[in-house]
Design a protein around this ligand. Structure first.
Ligand SMILES: NC(=O)CC[C@H](N)C(=O)O
Length: 361
């Protein structure tokens, strides 16, 4: 490669790995996490839940299908999961400078440069993942010319950084759904707009309890769920009523916290497109898309709540539900993008609960 510049990845345990720069030639610190998904870097990089994280991809060749051009649908992106790259840095094994795909508009390296995000390649990302799996997710940094301090993004209120500051309206359907945007993936909005919904998208700390709505949705988002104190407070008011509530990922953790339960940090998290979950009380399992580092501790849930899905790899909580009220959540991503769409039916289940609740009034 012409003009190749070397950079290094440094982990908090002292591990240093030399590699070659692609994307922006700059330094960045964050939490180093790995994803074993085989595709989906345009979706992953724009998922706001990755804010503050240096993402390691185990799939050996990355960049070969380039990055699509932007297209809008109802004023939201048709392609990406938000309007910018959210990761702090990218670590890959082989970066394919040549890309080819029917909808590619640019290379992955050029896209990273646009957002001033560093990438490093030539790293044995499977060896690195073994280190992260043994020792747990670690802080780390990509170092170009200037050194930077290690920084733990989970100490920051990342949700406040990625959440919008204004209320937005979408769609004209008959069910009025409030979407609390803690860093929502746009595919959640797309999934709602493909159904009979009018969506009111509000900031993470907005007092939605004052709004007139039929159902409440809590989005995914970055960082430690315990940082979202304002959302948890508003949610506690909503849990005192009986309008249907559905939460995804961070939204599931917020539901657990508002219900009176606790969350904890997983050793290295779940990030891939093939995480098996079991629907509690059945022998039915689903393959799901996941991206989370925290989970609800089911042992701390009050008696009127129960686990809805369980992760079949490590037994952790993949969703909760209220035993009598229409409140449920998933730790995984039924909206996929990327990953399997097998659990998208949960949007229909939620809207069915909304319709039933309205009919009962
Ligand atoms: N995708 C998400 O919503 C992630 C939730 C939370 N930030 C976690 O890492 O567990």
């Amino acid at each position: 490669m012409e003009n190749a510049k070397s950079v290094k990845l440094v982990l908090e345990d002292g591990t240093e790995i030399e590699g070659t720069s692609f994307g922006a030639f700059t330094s960045a610190a964050g939490e180093v996490v790995f994803s074993t998904a085989m595709t989906g870097y345009p979706e992953n990089l724009t998922d706001p839940s990755f804010a503050g994280q240096i993402l390691v991809l185990t799939y050996p060749m990355v960049g070969n299908y380039g990055v699509p051009g932007e297209e809008l649908y109802e004023s939201i992106s048709k392609i990406f999961e938000s309007d910018k790259i959210h990761i702090a840095g990218l670590v890959v094994n082989y970066y394919s400078e040549e890309h080819s795909h029917w909808n590619a508009a640019k290379s992955l390296g050029d896209w990273l440069k646009e957002y001033n995000i560093p990438g490093i390649f030539g790293v044995d990302t499977r060896m690195l993942t073994k280190i992260l799996r043994e020792k747990g997710a670690m802080l780390g940094k990509i170092v170009a010319e200037q050194d930077v301090e290690l920084h733990d993004p989970n100490q920051d209120n990342l949700v406040a950084q990625v959440s919008p500051t204004e209320v937005k309206h979408y769609g004209t359907g008959q069910h009025k759904i409030v979407l609390v945007d803690c860093g929502t993936k746009t595919n959640i909005i797309r999934c709602f707009l493909q159904r009979d919904v009018e969506l009111i998208r509000v900031p993470w700390d907005y007092d939605f309890t004052k709004l007139d709505y039929d159902g409440l949705f809590l989005s995914n988002g970055p960082g430690d769920p315990k940082m979202c104190t304002a959302t948890i407070q508003h949610l506690q008011t909503a849990l005192g009523q009986d309008k249907p509530i559905f939460g995804i990922c961070l939204g599931s953790q917020l539901m657990g916290l508002a219900a009176g339960g606790d969350t904890f940090k997983l050793k290295y998290g779940h990030r891939s497109h093939n995480q098996p979950v079991l629907l509690t009380g059945t022998k039915r399992s689903y393959i799901t898309s996941q991206n989370h580092g925290f989970a609800v501790d089911t042992n701390t849930l009050p008696a009127e709540w129960e686990m809805l899905f369980e992760n079949l790899n490590d037994g952790t909580c993949e969703g909760i539900k209220h035993k009598t009220k229409p409140f449920f959540s998933t730790q995984f991503h039924p909206e996929a993008a990327g990953g399997p769409e097998d659990t998208e039916y949960l949007f229909d289940d939620f809207l069915k609960a909304v319709a039933e609740h309205k009919a009962s009034k």
